[in-house]
Design a protein. Structure first.
Length: 591
């Protein structure tokens, strides 16, 4: 008969087998784990989607996220196994007391609990990263960068074509003096209504189509100013207002998707995936706001150069020795609507040349968006994550009822009020009344856009190192001093540079408030930002519509005092919200 098998070798092989693990104290021996699944790197599955196309699920992208996690879990498992085996041998062969055995077992259980918690958090981060990653074939890094460049250049071109028109029409009535700021009031009133339904439109038609449609509407809007009749301008302003909120939502969606895609293709072993995504998200948000401000500055610079070359003279038809500018200014209602009292300061030929240049910029932005926006760059939506129209409306309703957003709503409304004031009241009562002409208006907004861009970039970087409520205090003091200056200052044409300094300072204050609100919304709701951002746009557009629609009802002094009161009433609840969030340790991404 043969010799008996070596039991020591059998037990050694069994302990070293990956299908067996030692049992903790109190167990009856080794336990058998389920069989290991095959590696993901050897499986490629094609699944037919609900549409007429195929979606490829490539596990190589998931392996990049699993790599670091598996190494961490393997290291923790080895440490747990060593502790478990040593504890078993001590309990079996060492002459230690029962109390020390229980202490050793409890310490092992605490360590195992810590390892389990760390593993669970790693799994949650992995699941979130995989869900955020776009499904299907992953676009290369070059395609993602081209998509980001197209998004930025298209937005900058359309901003250069439209934004300089707003102060010229609201404060000067350049294109239609009979309507004045009422055209912009209509635009923002339509934008206020459509802001609640913007997430539905973006989800139904897609982000690329939403941006392309908005740029097409911008092109038509600018082109119709070549024939500035009231029955032509009214529909064009309403059309542009209907596209503003979906365009904003689609841009934010593109920024989030681009940040996620860049985090996947730019792999750094020393940098976690979530940290890389936050870094790219901050930079892209900073660039998209910078592109808008540069577009405004470029459009104003083109207008200022053209007005300088044409040498047009302002025609003031109501000026007299009794006219008072600044806070004492009271608009005279010489037209049926609350319009400006100044005739257009641009001749018909100069106006058409300027509109033609802006139209070329709008066509350039539309061409860039249609040609270079990548259709693969869209937010992933599984079957369970697709929201119906009713669910989206419920999320918007819940955002209106959210206590945090209710505390931030007055400040968001104030942003719209102060932007409407700088568009219409400041331009008419201070700049045009004292200096006159379209040239001073364009130079004033050129200074505003330049300082606003600089302040936005600087503040977005400083928010990573300073407390947010400190920024609230600085913004409040700075803006309150500006309003005090506007109340007591008697403007004079002897020092025209002072008007541009005040405009630039106003741009800095506006940048502070917009950066705080935007980072608050996206920091508190990083995964469900559509509803909160829609409510934020609602309050901002509402403030603009109210300021421009009620233009000319009261004198400028009362409007400045009213704006000061709204500033105090809006900063107090928002500052309290920031202090509470800081005490709770809520982390807001400094975008």
């Amino acid at each position: 008969m043969g010799s008996l098998p070596n039991l020591h070798e059998l037990s050694k092989d069994k302990l070293e087998s990956p299908a067996y693990r030692p049992a903790p104290i109190g167990g009856l021996g080794p336990i058998r784990l389920p069989a290991q699944p095959p590696p993901l790197a050897h499986t490629h599955r094609r699944a037919r989607s609900s549409g007429h196309h195929h979606t490829l699920w490539d596990n190589d992208a998931m392996l990049e996220h699993l790599k670091i996690w598996k190494e961490d879990i393997r290291r923790r498992s080895k440490e747990s196994n060593r502790v478990n085996i040593s504890t078993i041998h001590m309990a079996t062969y060492s002459p230690i007391s029962c109390r020390s055995t229980r202490t050793s077992a409890l310490s092992w259980r605490r360590r195992d609990s810590m390892n389990s918690s760390a593993g669970a958090s790693s799994v949650r981060r992995l699941i979130a990263a995989v869900r955020a990653a776009p499904s299907g074939p992953r676009p290369p890094k070059k395609a993602i960068l081209r998509h980001c460049a197209a998004l930025l250049l298209g937005h900058a071109s359309c901003s250069a074509a439209t934004l300089p028109m707003f102060p010229l029409q609201a404060g000067l009535g350049t294109f239609n003096p009979h309507l004045g700021p009422m055209l912009l009031a209509l635009l923002y009133a339509i934008a206020t209504i459509t802001s609640c339904f913007a997430p539905i439109l973006v989800q139904r038609f897609g982000t690329n189509l939403a941006i392309s449609t908005s740029h097409m509407a911008t092109t038509v809007f600018v082109g119709l100013h070549l024939y500035p009749k009231w029955y032509i301008l009214l529909p064009s302003y309403a059309m542009l207002g209907a596209c503003m909120s979906p365009n904003f939502i689609a841009r934010v969606s593109h920024v989030n998707v681009s940040a996620t895609s860049l985090a996947l293709v730019c792999v750094d072993p020393e940098d976690p995936d979530e940290t890389r995504r936050e870094c790219f998200l901050r930079r892209l948000n900073r660039l998209i706001k910078l592109a808008e401000d540069i577009g405004l500055a470029l459009g104003c610079l083109i207008a200022a150069i053209l007005v300088k070359l044409t040498d047009s003279e302002p025609l003031n038809i109501t000026s007299s020795e009794n006219d008072m500018c600044g806070a004492e200014y009271c608009p005279e209602e010489t037209y049926q609507y609350n319009g400006t009292i100044y005739l257009p300061t641009l001749s018909s030929g100069a106006s058409k040349i300027l509109v033609s240049i802006w139209l070329g910029l709008a066509v350039l932005g539309l061409s860039i968006s249609c040609a270079f926006l990548d259709s693969r760059m869209k937010e992933p939506q599984s079957v369970n994550e697709k929201h119906s129209m009713q669910n989206i409306l419920q999320s918007v309703k819940a955002a209106f009822l959210d206590p945090k957003l209710q505390l931030a709503a007055p400040l968001t409304l104030f942003i719209g009020l102060e932007q409407g004031f700088i568009y219409a009241d400041f331009i008419e009562a201070y700049v045009v009344c004292t200096l006159g002409g379209a040239k001073t208006v364009t130079i004033s907004f050129l200074a505003l856009a330049s300082l606003q861009a600089l302040a936005g970039v600087t503040l977005s970087m400083l928010l990573r190192h300073i407390k947010r409520y400190f920024v609230v205090v600085v913004g409040f003091v700075f803006h309150a001093c500006l309003l005090l200056v506007l109340t007591t200052w008697r403007p004079s044409g002897d020092d025209p540079a002072l008007f541009h300094v005040i405009s630039a300072a106003w741009g800095v204050c506006n940048s502070i408030w917009e950066t705080l609100i935007y980072t608050l919304v996206l920091g508190l709701y990083p995964n469900s930002w559509q509803g909160p951002l829609s409510t934020s746009l609602f309050w901002k557009w509402l403030g603009l519509a109210l300021t421009l629609g009620l233009h000319g009802l009261v004198c400028t002094r009362f409007r400045v005092l009213g704006l000061s009161g709204v500033l105090i009433l809006s900063v107090l609840p928002y500052g309290w919200l920031e202090i509470r969030l800081a005490k709770r340790g809520s982390s807001l991404a400094p975008l």
